[in-house]
Ligand binder design. Structure first.
Ligand SMILES: *[C@@H]1O[C@H](CO)[C@@H](O)[C@H](O)[C@H]1NC(C)=O
Ligand SMILES: *[C@@H]1O[C@H](CO)[C@@H](O)[C@H](O)[C@H]1NC(C)=O
Ligand SMILES: *[C@@H]1O[C@H](CO)[C@@H](O)[C@H](O)[C@H]1NC(C)=O
Ligand SMILES: *[C@@H]1O[C@H](CO)[C@@H](O)[C@H](O)[C@H]1NC(C)=O
Ligand SMILES: *[C@@H]1O[C@H](CO)[C@@H](O)[C@H](O)[C@H]1NC(C)=O
Ligand SMILES: *[C@@H]1O[C@H](CO)[C@@H](O)[C@H](O)[C@H]1NC(C)=O
Ligand SMILES: *[C@@H]1O[C@H](CO)[C@@H](O)[C@H](O)[C@H]1NC(C)=O
Length: 427
C-alpha cells in the first residue's frame, strides 16, 4: 500500500493501462432522496443496509459541488454497481480528511478485498483552499493494485467517532492492457497471459485463430475483421484509422433510430410495403432493448436516401455496416436483398440449411432468444463493401419470403468510405 500526501490529479495513464471505471470525478450537486432509485442522486453510492437512501454528502459553494462524506452517524457507503476487478488492476482514490482524526481508519472494500488507511490529523490542517468553502483539510491519494481477480461491490467505511469526517473523490479503476489475445494477464507481452479470448492457453501464450478466421483484438475469432479494421496484419485485424492517413475511413452517416417518431433520422426512412401483404403494424419497436424497424415480412422492406456522401472524402468505394434482426428461420429460397439506386449489390439468403451471403460478410451474430411467435431472434451485423463512386444513393433492403414464418428488422445502417482491398496487400 502506498499513500501519497499530495493533491494530484490522476496521472496520465501509461500506455499499458486502460481506464476501466471511474466514479466521483466531477463537481455535481447531489440531492437527498429515498426510494428505489435513491442511488442515482449520489452517483450510484448509497447507504448500505438502508438500501433506499442516498449516501451522506456535504454541499459546498466554492466550488459548487457535493462530496460523499463519511462521519460518525453515516460511517458507510456502497456503490450499487457490480464491478469486475481484474487481477493486476489498479484502484486509486482521494480521501479528503477534515475534523479531528486520531489514528482512526477508513476501509475500502472491493468485493472481498479490503484496504485500510489509518489517519491522524495535524494540530492545524495545512490546507484550506481547494476542497470545500475554505474548510481546512488534508487529502491523501491512495493507490494499489489487486493481486487477484475480484467481482463485487465497492464500499467505504470510516471508524471515526471524534467528529472527524472523510470525503471521497476521484475513484479510478484501471486495468492492465494485455496482449490482444489475452483476456487477463500480468503484463502487455505475448507470453504474459492468464486466460484467452480463444482457445487454450499454453506457456502463458494464447493460440491464434483457426484457419479461415480472423483475430479481432480483445474479442476473439471472427469470420471477418471489424468494419474499420479490414487490414489483417501480424495475426490481428488492425485498426488503421489511427495511422496511414490515405486509408482513413470517413463516416458519412450512422443511423440509430430514436424512440421518437418525429426524430429527424427516423423521418428519413420509408417503408416499402408488400402490395399483396399490407402490414399496418410495421413500425419502430423495442426487441429486448434494441430499437428496430419491423417486423418486415414477405416482400416488404425499408429505404433511405443516403445524401451525406462526400466526394472529397476518403477513398474510392463505400462501406456499409448493416445491423438487422432476423426473426425465426428464413424459408427455403428466402433472403434479404440490398440495393443501391435500385441495383442489386448483395444479399443474405437460405438455399440449404445454412444462411449464406453474397457480397456480404457476417461479422457477428448474437442470439436474443425467442420473440413473440418466433422461436428465435438473432442480431446480425453485416459488412458490405461496394465499388461505386462516392455519390449519394438510395439504400434499400427488402425480403422475398414466400411465407410468414420469418421476419426481419433494421437496427442501424452505417455508411463509410470503404477501402480498396487490393491496395491493402501492399501495406
Ligand atoms: C445540498 O444542496 C442540494 C441542492 O440545493 C439540496 O437539495 C440538498 O438538500 C443539500 N444537502 C445538504 C446536505 O445540505
Ligand atoms: C501509485 O501512484 C504512484 C505515483 O503516481 C506511482 O508511482 C505508483 O506506481 C502507483 N502505484 C500503483 C500500484 O499503480
Ligand atoms: C469489507 O468486507 C469485510 C469482510 O467481508 C466486512 O467485514 C466489512 O464490513 C466490509 N467493509 C465495508 C466497508 O464494507
Ligand atoms: C504508423 O505505424 C508505424 C508502424 O507501426 C509507426 O512506426 C508510425 O510511427 C505510425 N505513424 C503514426 C502517424 O502514428
Ligand atoms: C418510447 O417512447 C414511448 C412514447 O414516448 C414511451 O411511452 C416508452 O416508454 C418509450 N420506451 C422506451 C423503452 O424508452
Ligand atoms: C430471394 O433472394 C435471394 C437472394 O438474392 C435469391 O437467392 C432467391 O432466389 C430469392 N428467392 C425468391 C423466391 O425470389
Ligand atoms: C444514384 O442516383 C442518383 C439520382 O439519380 C444520382 O444522382 C447518384 O449519382 C446515383 N448514385 C450513384 C452512386 O451512382
Amino acid at each position: 500500500m502506498q499513500v501519497f500526501f499530495l493533491i494530484i490529479l490522476f496521472q496520465e495513464f501509461a500506455s499499458q493501462w486502460l481506464p476501466q471505471d471511474s466514479y466521483l470525478k466531477s463537481n455535481t450537486i447531489y440531492k437527498q432522496a429515498t426510494g428505489s432509485d435513491a442511488y442515482k442522486y449520489t452517483e450510484r453510492f448509497f447507504k448500505p443496509m438502508t438500501q433506499y437512501t442516498t449516501a451522506n454528502f456535504i454541499n459546498c459553494s466554492i466550488p459548487a459541488t457535493s462530496y460523499i462524506t463519511l462521519n460518525q452517524d453515516n460511517p458507510q457507503v456502497e456503490n450499487i454497481n457490480w464491478i469486475n476487478f481484474q487481477l493486476g488492476c489498479v484502484i486509486s482514490f482521494d480521501l479528503y480528511f477534515h475534523g479531528t482524526w486520531n489514528n482512526q481508519f477508513v476501509t475500502m472494500n472491493a468485493s472481498s478485498f479490503s484496504q485500510t488507511n489509518y489517519y491522524t490529523s495535524p494540530n492545524a490542517y495545512y490546507l484550506s483552499s481547494g476542497f470545500c468553502d475554505n474548510m481546512p483539510y488534508e487529502v491523501q491519494t491512495v493507490n494499489f493494485s489487486l493481486i487477484n481477480s475480484q467481482s463485487g461491490k465497492m464500499s467505504f467505511k470510516s471508524s471515526n467517532n471524534m467528529g472527524g469526517m472523510v470525503s471521497i473523490r476521484n475513484i479510478f479503476i484501471t486495468k492492465l492492457k494485455c496482449y490482444p489475445s489475452c483476456k487477463t494477464c500480468d503484463g502487455p507481452a505475448l507470453n504474459q497471459c492468464y486466460s484467452c479470448y480463444y482457445g487454450t492457453i499454453s506457456g502463458n501464450i494464447c493460440p491464434l485463430c483457426p484457419i479461415n478466421q480472423y483475430y479481432v483484438k480483445f474479442l476473439g475469432c471472427r469470420d471477418t475483421c471489424n468494419f474499420d479494421q479490414k487490414l489483417f496484419k501480424n495475426g490481428f485485424c488492425q485498426d488503421f484509422r489511427s495511422n496511414l492517413s490515405q486509408y482513413q475511413v470517413t463516416y458519412f452517416q450512422n443511423t440509430e433510430f430514436q424512440n421518437n417518431s418525429l426524430h429527424v433520422e427516423n423521418l428519413k426512412w420509408s417503408i416499402k410495403y408488400d402490395k399483396n401483404h399490407i402490414d399496418t403494424t410495421l413500425s419502430l419497436q423495442y426487441v429486448t432493448n434494441i430499437l428496430s424497424y419491423g417486423i418486415f415480412k414477405y416482400n416488404s422492406g425499408i429505404q433511405r436516401f443516403v445524401n451525406e456522401i462526400r466526394v472529397d472524402k476518403g477513398t474510392q468505394s463505400i462501406g456499409l455496416k448493416i445491423v438487422i434482426l432476423i426473426f425465426g428461420l428464413f424459408p427455403m429460397q428466402g433472403g434479404l436483398n440490398f440495393l443501391l439506386n435500385n441495383t442489386y449489390y448483395g444479399s443474405i439468403f437460405k438455399i440449404s440449411s445454412e444462411i449464406q451471403t453474397h457480397n456480404i460478410q457476417i461479422y457477428d451474430v448474437i442470439s436474443l432468444g425467442s420473440w413473440l411467435q418466433y422461436s428465435k431472434c438473432e442480431k446480425y451485423e453485416l459488412h458490405m463493401f461496394v465499388d461505386i463512386p462516392q455519390f449519394p444513393f438510395l439504400f434499400s433492403s427488402s425480403s422475398n419470403f414466400t411465407d410468414d414464418s420469418a421476419g426481419w428488422g433494421l437496427v442501424s445502417l452505417t455508411v463509410s468510405s470503404g477501402y480498396c482491398p487490393q491496395n491493402l496487400q501492399n501495406l
